[in-house]
Design a protein around this ligand. Sequence first.
Ligand SMILES: Cc1ncc(COP(=O)(O)O)c(C=O)c1O
Length: 439
Amino acid sequence: MSSREMIDACMKHSLFSWSATGKVDPIPVARAERIYLYGPEGQRWIDFNSQLMSVNIGHGHPKVIKAIQDQAAELAYAYPGMATEIRARLSLRLAELVPGDLNTFFYCLGGAEANENAIKAVRMFTGRHKILVRYRSYHGATHGAISLTGDPRRWPTEPGMPGVVRVMDPRPYEFSFGSTDEEIVANNLRYLEEVIQYEGPKNIAAMFIETVTGTNGILPPPKGYLQGLKALLERHGILLVTDEVMCGWGRTGKLFAFEHGGIVPDICTMAKGLTSSYLPLGVMAVSDRIANHFRENVFWGGLTYNAHPLCLASALAAVNVLVEEGMVENAARMGDVMRGHMERLAAKHRCVKEHRNIGLFGTIELRKNSRGERLVPYAGSHPAMPKLGKFLRDNGLFTVLQWSMVMCNPPLCITEPEMAESFDIIDRGLDIIDEAFEG
Ligand SMILES: Cc1ncc(COP(=O)(O)O)c(C=O)c1O
C-alpha cells in the first residue's frame, strides 16, 4: 500500500486513541530498524521517542523476532492454568534480574492491566480499600488505572473508581514545596502524612507512584524522596507500588528507576520495555511477603491471555538483548551525551525554559516569555507546537510533543552520531518557538 492508501483506510475504519479520528495525522510506517522508522515510499524518521517510550532495544532485533517465531512454531498458546517452559524460564530470569525480594510475577497484557491487578492485590493483601496517587501521573486507560491517573486524561471518565485519594507530587506544576531537595522532601512528606491522618491510615492499602514521572514531565524524584516515602508508608502499614511501565527496563540508566533511590517497593508494575513492545506484555512483580499471602489465599484475577507464551518469549529475548548488549550502560552513558546537547540548546535558544533527563528519559520544556511562563498552559495548547511537530517530522524526526515539552526518549541502542543528528534537527526546529517568544 502507498502512504496515502494506508492513512485513508486507517482513518476511515479504525479509531485512534486519545484523538478525534478525523483530525489525526498519522505517520505511515512500513518497517523499522534500530532507531529508524521507514515509510512505504522510503521516507525515514528517527524514532526519538522509542514509539511510546517502549521500544527500548530498538526496532527489528533479529534475536527477538527469532524467539517469537520459534515459540510460535513450538507452542503458541496454553491456557493460564498450565505450566509451560517459557513461563518457567522467564519467571526464573525475572527473579534473577528484578532487585530485592520481588520474585513472583503475574503476567497480563500491558501497563494498565498490571496496575489493575496491583489495585486488586493491595486491597486483598491489606484488607484496606483506599489508594494514594499523585496528580502528575499516568497509570493507564482502563477503569481503575485511569482513576489512579492524575492527568487530564482522567477527566472524561470521572467519577471513576471509588477510594482513590490524590495528593501533590514533590514537584507539582507551579506550587513549590521548597528550593532544595532536602526541603522539598521534608515538606512534601509532612504534607502527605497529614493527608494520611485525615484519610485514616488503617483505610489506606497502598500508594502508587511512577518512580520517575513520565508523560507528565519526566520528573525524577528529589534526592531522599523514595527512601523517606517508603519509611513513612511502612510506619502506617501502607504498601508502595512503583509503576515502572515507562521508566523501567533500562530507560533511566539502571534496570529499574527505584534502584536510583536505594529502595525496593512492595509491588512493581512493568510493561513496555519488558518486551520492547515486540508483543504486548505487562507484569505485576510482588514481594515474597505478598506472594506468600497468595499461596494461601486466592488471587482473584485472571485473563485468557495470562502468561501468553508468545509474549513471554518476546520478553525473555528482549530482556536478554537489553542486558547482554550493554544497553542499560549505554543509556547511562548516552544520558550524559544527551544532557550536553540539551545544555547547548538551552544556551542558544531563548525559548528553552529547562531540560531534564535521567539516562535516556528526557524532555526539553519550552517557555513563551522571559518571565519563564510555559509555552503551553497545563492541559492547554499553543499554535507554535504543531508547527514544531510538522518541522521535526518533515525533517526526519518523530517524537511526542506533550504540552510545552519536546520528549527525548530514543531507543537505548542509540549512538553518539545518531544523537547529534537528532539534536541538530531539534535545534533547527526550536527556531520556530524562538520566533513565537513574547519577550
Ligand atoms: C507510567 C505508565 N503506567 C501505565 C501505562 C499504561 O500502559 P499500557 O498503555 O501498556 O496499558 C503507561 C503508558 O504509557 C505509563 O506510562
